[in-house]
Design a binder for this molecule. Structure first.
Ligand code: G6P
Ligand code: MG
Length: 210
């Protein structure tokens, strides 16, 4: 009954979520701010500036808007350096096979990511130009849990939201999909999210529910 599958990028298609964690960890350490996996969990699917605000909750001083922009830039520089090592080998297990099987079965495939680095990442893993539509952080005002990025993807695909299935590793992303009137399949860190319609232990399981 679905016509299209919209994939989150970081943590679903590619293992960049590790690099986000490393880059934020370095920044937090340099600033003397407590940071751990639990706080990191809240950053999944959330935009760069919103992620920074979450990290600064533990800061012992206030930062001006200009300082905040500089911090976000510093984090992104470290992150971009880490992305330099990215290859198609960093695609998560089963992704390439699942994408081509979906294609073969006639499903449209799209990306719906909050990341402004989406074009660079797709390029590095050899998937730029592969998707029927790409909606990312460069084209939206509100990041997940707002449905904007997924509605943009559905619009670009020309598929009604109710005919789209979203694959997400972030709770914020699952909420975004639901608010946008789409079904959500949760994987990885979001696997136990109650709001999701499906829970996947590996991405190939998509082929069983579709
Ligand atoms: C994705 C990641 C988030 C990240 C956001 C913005 O949604 O899950 O952890 O903060 O993208 O990424 P960017 O590459 O624009 O800094
Ligand atoms: Mg993600």
């Amino acid at each position: 009954r679905y016509q299209a599958v919209i994939f989150d990028l970081d943590g679903v298609i590619v293992s960049t979520d590790r690099y986000h964690f490393l880059a934020w960890s370095q920044l937090a350490w340099q600033e003397g701010i407590e940071f751990n996996e639990q706080i990191n969990h809240r950053l999944r699917g959330v935009s760069r500036m919103e992620s920074l605000e979450i990290i600064l909750e533990k800061a012992s001083r206030r930062y001006t808007p200009v300082e905040k922009l500089k911090l976000a830039e510093r984090k992104n520089e470290v992150y971009r350096t880490l992305l330099g090592d990215l290859t198609d080998g960093d695609m998560l297990p089963g992704v390439a096979e699942t994408l081509s099987a979906l294609r073969e079965r006639g499903y449209k495939v799209a990306i719906g990511s909050s990341s402004k680095n989406t074009p660079v990442i797709l390029e590095r893993i050899g998937l730029s130009g592969y998707f029927d539509a790409v909606a990312d952080g460069n084209g939206i005002k509100n990041s997940k849990p707002d449905p904007e990025v997924f509605l943009l993807a559905a619009g670009k695909l020309g598929v009604p939201p109710e005919d789209c299935l979203v694959v997400e590793d972030a709770e914020a992303g699952v909420y975004a999909a639901k608010r946008g009137g789409m079904a959500a399949a949760a994987i990885g860190e979001a696997r136990n999210c109650q709001e999701a319609n499906y829970s996947l232990t590996k991405i190939e399981e998509l082929l069983l529910i579709l």
